[in-house]
Design a protein around this ligand. Structure first.
Ligand SMILES: CCCCCCCCCCCCCCCCCCCCCC(=O)SCCNC(=O)CCNC(=O)[C@H](O)C(C)(C)COP(=O)(O)OP(=O)(O)OC[C@H]1O[C@@H](n2cnc3c(N)ncnc32)[C@H](O)[C@@H]1OP(=O)(O)O
Ligand SMILES: NC(=O)C1=CN([C@@H]2O[C@H](COP(=O)(O)OP(=O)(O)OC[C@H]3O[C@@H](n4cnc5c(N)ncnc54)[C@H](OP(=O)(O)O)[C@@H]3O)[C@@H](O)[C@H]2O)C=CC1
Length: 502
């Protein structure tokens, strides 16, 4: 019997961010491996015109939960959505709900965060720091609490090159930052943001670092652990390969490349692409929850959930394999044929952005306008370029993350748990993983049917022919202009013609 699965059976578990990418994989795995668990409380806010119940219904009826519904048919009864907004004081939780949470919760998984790179500091602090502090305060009043697991990011200290499984201090104490957000106005916050984030690239990584310090300080008397995943990608094995449901990280870029929008990217080809599958992150998270509660380590343990030092893969290998996979499983209605390369200098990057991104978008929009349709490609292209500029930092740096705690945890698992909660990335075959990832993006994000592949291939052939025709036309126009204006060109033309008549 799995020790981890047995531990979660009959437990009351509280999850924040359960409607997010990792939160859903976490819930699915918990229900599948510990169907006897008592209850999962999830803090959810109404969103996009949906009530809490509708949101939960949608999640449970998704493909991700198909296996769970077989194993645990009463899953609907075991999820208890609690109306909560982490931006509000006490999360806006009702008194009755709060009492129930405080008296029953055994384990907390704190996944909620803003993962946007461009969030204003005030909002990022509110969600990634203040809300974490409030949740820890709630946790401190839970008599039955056995473990508090905080999801952070391996990039919280991306200003360093070598990162150990420790919490690094920030120049200003999180408490001071939280206080100052209450009285500083937005204009001043915007002004001091670059100074505060220092050599980190965005408010996300900075506030996740502050969040970790808060966890260490406020969680000193609890059983707390921090998980630091690197770039989270589609699932590797569970509940099935290739599941993904948002555009963050590589997924959006895979779409952009597969649809022919992304033609070049400024990256260091041989830098490590530290991707980690979502199910690997969740297996480690659940194992850490068990270990924290049962073995009660004396200090807050941090677990790096990364692939680079155990099974490295670089951006070149990854990019090439993504492109190869498009040949087998092309995306439908591509804008151009999927073909991309890496640029390594700012000059070549600007050049290819102008030639391969902006110019085709402008030309296509002119064509749309001429045919009475609404131009839309330039707008899409600008959005992609903005996203690319935000991700650039992460594909041009390499980091080394030590993984002693993660390896220690692996060694503490029984053979059964090592199989059931596998987070050993040494077993991951990158080529197979990337292929399933691209397939997953096509199926679960783009919702494209495999039956459409022959038509997608035909479309790519048409695009190739248009491309050849366009090139020939362009060559002839340039040549004609040269002949009209340049004596040397005329001489070459006469020379070639005379060769032909010989
Ligand atoms: C040989 C060469 C081959 C080359 C081949 C190449 C193949 C590929 C190889 C792989 C290389 C990958 C490198 C990855 C590195 C990742 C590092 C991450 C590390 C950190 C990990 C973490 O620890 S942290 C979690 C990750 N955190 C994010 O990753 C958030 C980022 N992100 C944002 O911070 C915001 O996104 C940001 C950008 C501000 C924009 O913000 P924004 O306001 O302009 O745009 P929004 O995102 O709001 O999107 C507005 C609307 O565009 C829609 N849309 C968006 N993208 C779309 C798309 N691609 N296709 C269609 N539609 C799209 C969306 O669905 C919305 O649609 P709607 O409005 O209808 O809902
Ligand atoms: N994905 C990645 O690449 C990585 C993620 N991480 C970390 O893992 C954790 C989970 O990330 P991921 O699942 O990808 O993120 P998502 O953006 O997919 O999910 C974020 C979750 O937080 C919830 N949330 C946000 N704001 C509020 C709020 N005000 N009140 C209540 N809930 C809120 C969202 O709810 P709603 O659905 O209502 O918006 C959603 O459930 C985060 O802590 C992140 O920092 C770390 C490394 C990499």
């Amino acid at each position: 019997m799995s020790m981890i699965a047995a531990f979660y059976s009959s437990k009351s578990i509280l999850i924040t961010g359960a409607t997010g990418f990792l939160g859903k994989v976490l819930m699915e795995k918990l229900f599948r491996t510990s169907p006897d668990l008592k209850i999962i409380y999830i803090l959810v806010r109404p969103k996009a015109g949906q009530t809490l119940q509708q949101r939960v219904f949608q999640i449970l009826n998704s493909k991700l939960f198909e296996k769970v519904k077989e194993i645990c048919p009463d899953v609907h009864e075991k999820i208890r959505p609690i109306s909560a907004d982490l931006n509000q004081h006490d999360f806006g939780i009702s008194k009755e709900d709060m009492e129930e949470l405080l008296s029953s919760t055994n384990v907390i998984f704190h996944c909620a965060a803003t993962v946007r790179f461009d969030d204003p500091l005030r909002h990022a602090v509110q969600l990634n720091v203040t809300a974490t502090q409030q949740l820890l305060f709630m946790a401190s009043q839970m008599p039955k609490l056995e473990a508090f697991i905080h999801l952070s990011t391996a990039f919280s200290n991306c200003n360093l090159q070598h990162i150990d499984e420790v919490i690094y201090p920030c120049s200003v104490e999180p408490k001071k930052i939280i206080d100052s957000m209450e009285w500083l106005d937005d204009a001043i916050i915007d002004e001091i943001t670059p100074k505060l984030i220092g050599d980190r690239p965005n408010t996300y990584t900075y506030t996740k670092a502050l969040g970790e310090i808060v966890v260490q300080q406020e969680g000193a008397n609890m059983n707390v652990a921090i998980i630091r995943p690197s770039i989270v990608g589609a699932t590797w094995q569970e509940p099935f390969p290739g599941w993904v449901d948002n555009l963050n990280g590589p997924s959006g870029m895979i779409i952009a490349a597969g649809k022919g929008f992304l033609r070049s990217i400024k990256a260091t080809p041989l830098a490590i692409a530290d991707l980690i599958p979502a199910d690997t992150v969740i297996n480690l998270t659940l194992a850490a929850g068990w270990y924290t509660a049962v073995h009660r380590p004396k200090s807050t343990l941090i677990y790096h959930c990364t692939s680079g030092n155990l099974n490295p893969c670089n951006w070149l290998k990854m990019g090439l394999h993504v492109l190869e996979t498009f040949e087998k499983v092309p995306f439908e209605k591509a804008f151009r044929r999927p073909k991309a390369n890496f640029t390594t200098t700012s000059f070549t990057n600007h050049y290819w952005n102008a030639v391969s991104h902006r110019a085709p978008a402008v030309i296509y929009d002119i064509y749309l306008r001429l045919t009475g349709r609404k131009p839309r490609v330039t707008k899409l292209m600008n959005r992609m370029l903005r996203m690319l500029s935000m991700l650039e930092y992460f594909v041009n740096h390499s980091w080394e993350w030590s993984t002693h705690n993660t390896e220690m945890l692996m060694s503490m698992l029984s053979p059964e748990d090592q199989r059931m909660f596998n987070f050993d990335v040494r077993q991951l075959n990158w080529l197979e993983y990337i292929e399933n990832y691209v397939l997953g993006v096509k199926k679960y994000l783009l919702k494209e049917d495999m039956a459409g592949i022959p038509e997608a291939r035909q479309h790519l052939k048409r695009l190739r022919n248009i491309h050849y025709l366009f090139n020939v036309a362009l060559f002839l126009i340039i040549w004609r202009l040269l002949i009209a204006r340049w004596q040397m060109a005329r001489n070459i033309w006469f020379f070639i013609s005379s060769l032909h008549t010989l």
